[in-house]
Each structure stands twice: as C-alpha cells, then as structure tokens.
Design a protein around this ligand. Structure first.
Ligand code: KG4
Ligand code: ZN
Length: 363
C-alpha cells in the first residue's frame, strides 16, 4: 500500500475537530479535509473555558464534524486505514468524547485505533507542512503550555524548558482581563499595543540571564496589575502603553530564553546541516513574537518555521498526521482499553515543575 489515510479526531479543549490526512510511502503528507468548530462563543462570557460546557459541545458536534470531514474528502470510512483520536493531555470530559467516538468507529469498522498525545500532534506538524527532518526544536506557546521541546523522532522528545507558573497565552489572557479587554486576551492585547509606547513601563523579564531554559510569566502579570493600579483611572492610552510594554517584556524574555535554547542545540548537534526552530500554539499568531523568533533564528542560522495559523492552533489534521507517523514507525495501534489521560507529558523523564500547566486543560 503506497498511501495511508487516517481520520483524526481532536476534542481535548475548546475546539471540536475532524480531519482526513494521507501519507505517501516517501513520508510526504497531504491534508484532504480539515474541519474545526470553535466553542469560543460558548466560553467567552465566562472569560475562559468551562469544562462541562466544552464536553457537552463536543458531544453535540463531533458526529456531524466527522461526517463533514469524510464528505469534504469525498470518502467513506471504507477509504480510511485507521482512526487517530487525541487521548491526552486535556480536559477529561472532552477527551472521553473523542476517544470513545474513535473506539466506536474502530470497533464498527475493524480499523485500528491510535490514541494520540495532543502535544505530539503539535510537535510533528512541521513534518506535515514542511517535510522537516529530525532533530529540530519546537516552541509550543498556547493558553495552557509554554514548552521548548527537542523533537528527536516520533515518540522521542526531550523537554528542555517549561513554565514554572502561567503559560504565555494565559499571561496574555490575564493581562487583558486586568485591563478590561475581551477574552481571548492575546489578540486584544496585541491590538491595543499597536498604539502604545513599549518603553513607558519597565516590566520584569523573568529568568532572563539564567542558564536553565524554563519560563515564568506570573510576575509579569502582577507587575501589570500594579502598574494599572498606580495610575488609575486608566485611559485608553494607558492601556495601549501597558500592552505595548507587556509585549516588549515578553519579546525580550523570549529572545533570551530561546536564544539559549538554539545555542544548546548547536552544542548538542554541531553537525546538523539544517537547523530549525518551529513554533506552535495560539500565541504563535502574535506578530511581535514571530518577529522576535525570526530575528533570533536568523542570528543563530536556524530556519524559522511557523506553520499556517490553522495548523498552529488546535486541529485534527495534526492528530491524524501523528497517527500516520506512528503507523509508519510501527508504533501501535492501541488497544481499545486505552484510557484518556488529563496529564500526559511528552518527555517521560521531564520533572513536573511546581505550578506548571496547573490549568492542565489546554495544550
Ligand atoms: O492554541 P490555542 O488556540 O488554544 C489552546 O491554548 O489550546 O491558544 C489560545 C491562546 C490564548 O491564550 C490566546 O489569548 C492566545 O493563544 N493568543 C494570542 C494571540 N492570539 C491568540 N496571544 C498573543 N497574541 C495573539 N495574537
Ligand atoms: Zn494545542
């Protein structure tokens, strides 16, 4: 069989998604269909993702989305070789919905099931979009994760850095909330920052200068609150200045942290001809962050790869692709007794840092 096709299912957070992806024998991939339903509207009134609402919304939408993904691919389940469903990390209610659906399709069709780690989906996306070879560095920056990961192979990861408190997206969301900006905060902060003075407030740059590659953003959020309180009542210009100064502090922090990561990669793989830094997660939409990552990559002679935004944020194509990669490596399939896991680190040797991923829900 020269081409394999997998149906992917993603329900770990607030996006319900289904996709059909194929992989040729030469390792190249093609997305045949990719449908995503965001629950943003359901959650925005609460200023964050509500697990119960999320699980219910997945139940209501998933069957239709799978049918739509197959329809857009002009295929039936007969044309699919396997099913890949996210089984962690994430919100347990949503994971149950997706994994049980995957199991049911597997049982009904007799096709194998791959239980996929959501983070592995993010980690391998650049091989689908850019045919990237191992090893490379991945920066995952979303609402629930801030991790720098060495991707050595399928199922072979080293976590080089993680946040010891808030995720970067969470810091954007909390900053927005403090300033009365809408949820999700990232786009709102970025927009407000356009008219602001990035030098007006000198916010902390946590861990800058330290050799370890971890991140910390909760002090930044506290500094934002103190700044806002000290000049209350705040005007629109104040908000713009705070947002611009916040982004400036984030950029400088990331420049230092990621710069050290690239350096470590060079020391570890002095022979690597094609060095690459890949970014994933919703915060990858931030222009200033992208520019910073591009700049630091250029400086260190790394290729900077930012997949299209639809593949940076949560989607099922990356889950289907991870299934295809596992299949090609002869890993799995999984037994139908496999259980969802709300916590599931990619790197089994990585220690759980105090407070990291405490929201534990989003990846
Ligand atoms: O990956 P994602 O869509 O969802 C999960 O976390 O699973 O990431 C969402 C996060 C939110 O915290 C949101 O505020 C942030 O990404 N975000 C941004 C931008 N767009 C989304 N942060 C900074 N700048 C943006 N333009
Ligand atoms: Zn994710």
């Amino acid at each position: 069989m020269s081409v394999s096709r997998v149906l992917g299912i993603e329900t770990s957070c607030d996006e319900t998604a289904a996709s059909v992806v194929e992989r040729a024998a030469d390792g190249s991939g093609r997305i045949i269909s990719d449908v995503v339903l965001s629950q943003l509207e359901e959650h925005s009134v609460y200023g964050g993702v509500v697990p119960e609402i999320a699980a219910r919304a997945h139940v209501e939408a998933l069957d239709t989305l799978i049918a739509e993904a197959l329809h857009r691919a002009d295929m039936t389940l007969d044309d699919i070789d396997a099913i890949a469903a996210t089984s962690g990390p994430g919100l347990i209610g949503g994971l149950l919905v997706g994994l049980m659906t995957g199991k049911a399709i597997s049982m009904a069709t007799g096709k194998p099931l791959y239980a996929i780690n959501h983070l592995e989906g993010h980690a391998l996306t650049a091989r689908l979009t850019d045919g990237l070879a191992f090893p490379y560095l991945l920066l995952l920056v979303s609402g629930g994760h801030t991790q720098l990961i060495l991707v050595k192979g399928v199922g072979d990861y080293e976590r080089w850095g993680t946040t010891i408190d808030d995720a970067l997206g969470e810091a954007f969301d909390k900053t927005a909330k403090l300033l009365g900006l809408p949820y999700p905060g990232g786009p709102a902060v970025e927009k407000a920052a356009r008219d602001g003075n990035p030098e007006r407030f000198m916010f902390p740059r946590p861990l800058v200068g330290e050799a370890r590659l971890d991140f910390s953003f909760s002090g930044l959020k506290t500094a934002v609150r103190q700044a806002a309180e000290s000049i209350a009542p705040i005007s629109d210009q104040d908000i713009a200045d705070i947002c611009a100064s916040f982004q400036n502090a984030v950029s400088r922090t990331m420049r230092d942290r990621i710069g050290r990561g690239l350096q470590r990669f060079k020391e570890r793989f002095p022979e690597a001809a094609d060095r690459a830094l890949v970014v994933a997660g919703g915060v990858a939409a931030n222009r200033e962050l992208r520019e910073t990552l591009q700049e630091i990559s250029d400086k260190n002679r790394f290729r900077f790869i930012a997949p299209p935004m639809a593949l940076c944020t949560d989607n099922a194509a990356m889950i289907a692709w991870a299934g295809l990669e596992r299949m090609a490596e002869g890993f799995g399939p999984d037994d139908l007794t496999v259980a969802p896991r709300s916590r599931w680190p990619l790197d089994h040797n990585a220690q759980s840092l105090l407070g990291s991923g405490k929201r534990g829900a989003k990846a």
